[in-house]
Design a protein around this ligand. Structure first.
Ligand code: TXD
Length: 324
């Protein structure tokens, strides 16, 4: 609270100078989202988790890196939601990873329960926030969050495509021995196995990779990208990827807060685009201060449309299981 002197009248007003970004789930992805967010000075961060002490400890630790890195963002850790009030953006990473003996469906229902309760708590206190979902199974969790929140679809977005395309870009850059900055990649569809990369729109300095690499090489890079998460889990044994997922979520946060109108692949609500209606699926969107400001639709070739439809059907199956 700050006291402003205007003539004789003293007006008490809340001076909020920095955006507020809340991160729910202070695990591997959540803590890294907090880290990258403050390192880029995108705003103040509130970290929330059910485990006592974890969000508080990580927030304090990150705050103490501030003097070294030179950021002034404030960091707060909590087991409750009051500190998240009036957030500009809420990144939801809360959930469980699949444990031995747990089926994909077990995970679906458990994470749906967690994400449902998180969204309920969040929206009560931040009516105007933009929600970015990270928890898996991603596409179904975004659909759930949108339903639960009652928010317009442009303010509920899923992170997956930025990560999938970052993985694809890494592999293309390594293969051709060029800078990752020269590589763009175009990825559609649901997260993971059913992802649909479009090589003819993936380029190196504007040149389609179809002109630079043989078809079988491209196919092997595509397969590696689709299995990108599993490849890392196999190395880590317990836990899954978090640096690149967090960096990807923060690219979305930055595009929104800076109103960059950046075109990024995100899980967005389709109302007929790409022949799909009433479902969240990964497509290129324009991200700005209002969230998803436009869905970029391109004309797909027959085989691409078939792959997209297959991917959307896989998402629909999960959404139906949750009766959304
Ligand atoms: O591309 C993508 N979308 C993804 C998705 C890329 C990477 C990770 N992806 C998924 O994100 C992953 O499959 C998980 O569903 C989430 C979070 O992954 P992370 O690696 O961060 O998992 P952790 O380290 O287990 O952290 C999860 C945290 C942990 O601290 C729990 O205590 C907390 O979530 N948790 C909760 N916080 C708040 N409220 C509730 N109810 C809750 N339940 C668990």
């Amino acid at each position: 609270m700050a006291a402003l002197q205007v003539g004789k009248a003293e007006i008490l007003t809340e001076l909020r100078t920095r955006p507020k970004i809340s991160v729910i789930g202070a695990g591997n992805v959540g803590a890294s989202v907090a880290q990258y967010t403050v390192e880029k000075e995108l705003g103040d961060v509130v970290l929330v988790d059910v485990v006592e002490g974890i969000p508080q400890g990580k927030a304090l630790d990150l705050a103490q890196a501030g003097p070294v890195h030179g950021y002034d963002s404030s960091l707060t850790g909590s087991n409750g939601y009051d500190e998240t009030a009036d957030s500009d953006i809420v990144v939801i990473t809360a959930g469980l990873a699949r444990k031995p003996g747990m089926t994909r469906d077990d995970l679906l229902f458990k994470n749906a329960e967690i994400v449902g309760s998180v969204v309920e708590q969040v929206v009560k206190r931040s009516r105007n926030a933009i929600l970015i979902l990270v928890t898996n199974p991603l596409d179904a969790m975004v659909q759930l969050a949108w339903k639960k929140s009652g928010f317009p679809p442009e303010r509920v977005i899923g992170m997956a495509g930025v990560l999938d395309s970052a993985r694809f870009r890494t592999f293309i850059a390594r293969e051709l021995d060029v800078s990752v900055e020269n590589v763009t990649a175009f990825v559609l569809g649901g997260h993971g196995d059913s992802m649909v990369p479009l090589p003819r729109y993936s380029t190196v300095a504007g040149i389609p990779i179809t002109d630079l690499l043989p078809a079988d090489k491209i196919q092997s890079l595509v397969t590696r990208t689709a299995n990108g998460g599993a490849e890392i889990v196999a190395f880590l044994k317990s836990g899954s990827a978090y640096y690149a997922p967090a960096a990807s979520a923060v690219e979305m946060v930055e595009a929104i807060l800076k109103d960059k109108k950046k075109i990024l692949p995100c899980a967005a609500y389709l109302s007929g685009q790409y022949g799909t209606k009433g479902l969240y699926v990964g497509v290129p969107v324009k991200l700005g201060r209002r969230g998803v400001e436009q869905i970029i639709e391109i004309k797909l070739q027959k085989d691409e449309q078939a792959a997209f439809d297959k991917s959307a059907a896989a998402v629909r199956e999960l959404v139906d299981k949750l009766k959304l």
